[in-house]
Write a protein that binds this ligand. Structure first.
Ligand SMILES: O=C([C@H](O)CO)[C@H](O)[C@H](O)COP(=O)(O)O
Length: 210
């Protein structure tokens, strides 16, 4: 099981400073969609240059032009790139084909997919690397969480690795770990804490012990 730190509400220098605090406790650093919107793929390039030993995920949430957008993220140095599960199969197939060519990985974000179990099975057959359940900020604010959805995809997905994101905190991490995802994605649960290193260290400990 791996731990991914999601950076969303910071600029490039703030993001780099934050990762310096927790670098040894995380496996993957995510350049979140808000950063890509604000700074472009330069943020991915800057993070990879600053931390060549960490994997960098570009949270592009690709909805169209799958092959082209994967190619651009790969050029910027991303190791993993997100595509939306709500899009059509052609976009996902194009993304997977380009990612394989570039030796990169595709994480499909199932945010707002209504028929989760069926769509997860369909996407699992397309050769993606990860299928991720995700409760976004706006539904988190309404009290929703991704924990039940994680159990749904764990039962449905046979080939891809599974991942989970959306409001995970140190207190809720044990419940998440019980469902045995391959990747746990945490943003505010680390970045919003006073002692980020201590929280990330404890999260890493829990994740490694599985
Ligand atoms: O993907 C995310 C969100 O849609 C904003 O881009 C976050 O990175 C993801 O939800 C993880 O962050 P937290 O919910 O703060 O843990």
């Amino acid at each position: 099981m791996k731990l991914q730190l999601a950076l969303d509400l910071v600029n490039i220098p703030e993001g780099i400073a934050l990762v310096k605090e927790v670098e040894q406790y995380i496996d993957i650093v995510e350049i979140g969609t808000p950063i890509v919107i604000n700074e472009g793929l330069h943020a991915v390039k800057a993070m990879k240059e600053a931390f060549p030993n960490l994997q960098v995920l570009a949270d592009l949430k690709i909805m169209d032009a799958g092959g082209y957008e994967i190619m651009k993220a790969a050029e910027a140095g991303a190791d993993l790139i997100t595509v939306l599960g709500a899009t059509n199969d052609s976009t996902i197939k194009g993304a997977v084909a380009e990612a394989k060519k570039q030796n990169k990985q595709v994480l499909v974000d199932m945010i707002n997919v209504p028929n989760l179990e069926q769509r997860a099975r369909e996407i699992d057959a397309l050769g993606v690397d990860y299928i991720c359940v995700h409760t976004g900020y706006d539904l988190q604010a309404e009290g929703q969480s991704p924990f039940e959805d994680l159990q749904t995809i764990k039962a449905a997905v046979k080939n891809a690795k599974t991942a989970v994101a959306g409001g995970i905190k140190l207190e809720t991490l044990p419940e998440v770990i019980k469902a045995q995802p391959d990747l746990v994605i945490v943003g505010g649960g680390i970045t919003g804490q006073a002692d980020k290193a201590a929280v990330a260290a404890e999260m890493q400990r829990l994740v490694k012990q599985g």
